[in-house]
Write a protein that binds this ligand. Structure first.
Ligand SMILES: Nc1nc2c(c(=O)[nH]1)N[C@H]1C(S)=C(S)[C@@H](COP(=O)(O)O)O[C@H]1N2
Ligand SMILES: [Mo]
Length: 367
């Protein structure tokens, strides 16, 4: 029997007006979990609470037989095993990682996919070997254009069978602290984050950070693989689109007060409240965060806490005297490159890089 692949996998689409989240989306959402918003209190996200996204099944990789092969347009193909990799000079970099689809579920119209609210983010200390050191050993030839990173996971997506693969230009692959990482917060990578080894591309949205990394292939032309075509900003399905690359500036508020179980709306007593949260941008350092307690009518500057490194989110805080009533709390980040978090999320068919601010509703009781 032959199964036509287009029957297995639905084409990318946006939901009809009023169409709810489906069981297919719920299945994805229960495999791929968000970071709970209260974890914005941590500089480094505890491993089990960092968001997770895997397109296919989590592969079983044996660390003892695992190898990383660097080949293609190189003078000296290199193969390293886990022991050799971990004996090379290592670096640890604190990196905030965000899925390009973070916030997708609240867009209108809603792209049908992993239905993230706003918790598809986390920060970890990644330890590994600078990708540059491995590439230098392999010595790319002069015709090198792109570098393709392939994971051990395998699946089908919109009718296309594939290993998860992403390409980067030589310039992007050889600048900016990229790591071939084998530890997360000082521990071996857990399976859901890429055991035994993953790529970390500081400042870029999640899709570039290939997990369960097995091969690095230098090629003499632009990489046209599925995941490089899928992660593009498009208004129409037939557009070529603009590649999704670095994280847009975004600030998130650690929800104050206490939650209602179902709605997660917040409830607090009147009096002084410290509004806190974290902000990041993959383009340039965050240099300003504004806070509004009246749904964006007035804004005040939050205090920025110590810089935790170029690729890590930055904590902010603002003192507020909460009076009884219903309040809409909003925050927005500015980076040193002049990028500002928008009021209205940018819309694209994939729901990528939508960095609109996310209001938090807070009810302050009379006493
Ligand atoms: N091999 C492989 N790497 C992958 C993926 C995947 O499905 N397979 N998902 C990517 C996406 S879309 C994201 S957002 C990040 C998520 O990384 P995390 O689960 O460690 O948070 O991994 C990326 N790397
Ligand atoms: Mo993602």
């Amino acid at each position: 029997m032959t199964v036509p692949l287009e029957k297995v996998s639905e084409a990318a689409r946006v939901a009809e007006p009023g169409e709810g989240i489906s069981v297919d989306e719920l299945r994805l959402a229960s495999r791929n979990h968000a970071m709970p918003m209260e974890m914005l209190r941590e500089d480094v996200t505890p491993v089990g609470l960092h968001y997770v996204l895997a397109h296919y099944d989590l592969p079983a990789v044996d660390r003892d037989t695992w190898t990383l092969a660097i080949g293609g347009c190189v003078r000296t193909p290199v193969t390293v095993g886990f022991e050799e990799l971990t004996s090379m000079p290592a670096r640890t970099v604190r990196v905030t990682l965000e899925c390009a689809g973070n916030g997708r579920a609240t867009l209108s119209p809603r792209p049908v996919s992993q239905p993230w609210l706003n918790g598809a983010v986390g920060t970890a200390d990644w330890t590994g070997v600078p990708l540059n050191d491995l590439l230098e050993r392999a010595a790319p030839t002069d015709d090198a254009v792109d570098v393709v990173f392939a994971g051990a996971d395998h699946g089908f997506e919109r009718g296309v069978e594939q290993d998860y693969e992403r390409g980067l230009s030589m310039a992007d692959a050889t600048s900016g602290d990229l790591l071939v990482a084998y530890a997360m917060n000082g521990e071996p990578l857990p399976v859901q984050h890429g055991y035994p080894v993953r790529l970390v591309v500081p400042g870029w949205y999640g899709m570039a950070h290939v997990k369960w990394l097995q091969t690095v292939t230098v090629i003499d032309g632009p990489f046209e693989g599925y995941q490089n075509k899928a992660y593009r900003l498009r208004q129409q399905a037939d557009e070529v689109g603009v590649p999704v690359t670095r994280m847009e500036p975004r600030a998130l508020l650690m929800p104050p007060g206490h939650p209602d179980f179902m709605t997660r709306d917040r409830i607090a007593r009147p009096g002084p409240v410290t509004l806190r949260g974290r902000a990041w941008s993959g383009w340039a350092p965050v240099e300003r965060v504004e806070v509004s307690t009246d749904d964006g009518t007035t804004w005040t500057d939050a205090r920025l806490e110590a810089d935790a490194g170029r690729w890590a989110w930055r904590e902010f805080s603002a003192a507020w005297d909460a009076l009884p009533g219903e309040h809409r709390l909003r925050v927005r980040a500015h980076d040193a490159g002049g990028r500002v978090q928008g009021d209205v999320p940018a819309w694209s068919r994939g729901g990528f890089a939508n960095n609109g601010d996310q209001p938090v509703t807070l009810y302050v009781l009379d006493e």
